[in-house]
Design a protein around this ligand. Sequence first.
Ligand SMILES: NC(=O)c1ccc[n+]([C@@H]2O[C@H](COP(=O)([O-])OP(=O)(O)OC[C@H]3O[C@@H](n4cnc5c(N)ncnc54)[C@H](O)[C@@H]3O)[C@@H](O)[C@H]2O)c1
Length: 471
Amino acid sequence: MTRPITTICCIGAGYVGGPTMAMIAKKCPQISVTVVDISQPRIDAWNSSELPIYEPGLDEIVFECRGKNLFFSTDVEGAIRDCEMIFVSVNTPTKKTGLGKGKAADLTYWELAARTIAACSESDKIIVEKSTVPVRTAEAIEKVLQRNCPHDGVRFDILSNPEFLAEGTAIVDLDAPDRVLIGGKIENAKGQAAVDALVGVYSNWVPKENILTANLWSAELSKLAANAFLAQRISSINAMSALCEATGADVQQVSHAIGTDTRIGSKFLNASVGFGGSCFQKDILNLAYICECHGLPEVAEYWHSVVGMNDYQKSRFVKRMISAMFNTISGKKISMLGYAFKKDTGDTRESPAIDVGHGLIEDGAKLNIYDPKVAAAQIALDMGEEAMKSITCCKTHTESLTGAHAVCIMTEWDEFKTYDWEAIYGVMQKPAFVFDGRLILDHQKLKDIGFIVYALGKPLDPFLCSAEGAP
Ligand SMILES: NC(=O)c1ccc[n+]([C@@H]2O[C@H](COP(=O)([O-])OP(=O)(O)OC[C@H]3O[C@@H](n4cnc5c(N)ncnc54)[C@H](O)[C@@H]3O)[C@@H](O)[C@H]2O)c1
């Protein structure tokens, strides 16, 4: 029988490492969990009352477990030395230079973590890939570990345990996951024992039937495949939204009609200004690159088109705004409500607001950005110095909307639905435009107030139909 794990270290205290380890600590009080990172400010924030990331329900768990069996530290070497199991949850962004630039996953951080593990390990370790990585990364990592460990006889067992949580609902997802996937060398006894050890950790709260085991390569590929399928659904319904506008159909009625087919299912069928987040685009580009490397250009092209459709949706939204506002937005004030890539997170990575913002500024607009959870410093970092000359980061929605010619909804924050839109109409320039990129507002009510409304994928307002150059 496999001995239960009592000490875990996680390398990478980010959006995945932090919440995932907090949940393990909460559900497994008998396990000591240490989360380490090379970033001192990030670790300081995890040890403070203002955690570095916003996730509903995360604070409570961290404050409950921190200092008992959950620790945050920059002592990477010490934590590696003292634990039995190491989760690696470092970032794996798209390569910016060199071979595979703009497509392949950059495994620099992963390899650095593996070299540190090799150098500091004095006893056997189970290494758990939490980061999303290309298929067969485990093979490369195993070589790095075996050839760089100065201590004889240290054994490394590598497992793939991709994370399927979604930002904004991370705690709910971790508490009751649809499934946990564990890939390992199940064909040999030691590999199976390592898998059993990780199954033992999750079994503290996840029902056995929800813990799936697979071979290493299937587990690695399943994560890329899952993200590709999810993104593809969004691009498919977004493609339909363009056709709906052209034909007078209503995308919400179409998605409801097709979603009631149990073979299709109703989730993830909301048309929007586009998907964002750190994962979808990067993982699809990586998947397509892997296909190319395996001589499958047609398969690569198929997945590429999902990203292409997402880019099209963002530029279509910008064009729609410009054409509606008499083909000129130069000098006009536009209120941007929402900047995070989705609600209930402060994460802005690959947020559609970034591309839409740049598109509007290129045409001369002045942006008033308001997001309940995104700091001005983050917006400045994403948009760059030049664009910031045309941006005001607002502390309240009223500040953002006062004197604006138009408002665009970029994130589906619930609070936007509760605003007094009649009062907002009063403080905006006329004609006052609403561009709802998330389909969250009551469009009829807005029209009754006097707004000209563009709701993505819905039958067009006659005012917009007649707009010259409308996409
Ligand atoms: N964000 C998500 O929703 C999500 C969901 C599922 C999977 N993933 C995957 O999980 C991985 C991590 O994503 P994230 O969003 O948590 O990234 P992140 O950028 O928020 O966090 C990664 C952390 O790793 C640290 N780090 C990098 N190299 C290190 C090293 N050698 N030693 C110690 N710390 C190091 C960084 O400083 C950073 O704090 C990625 O591969 C991502 O694709 C992310």
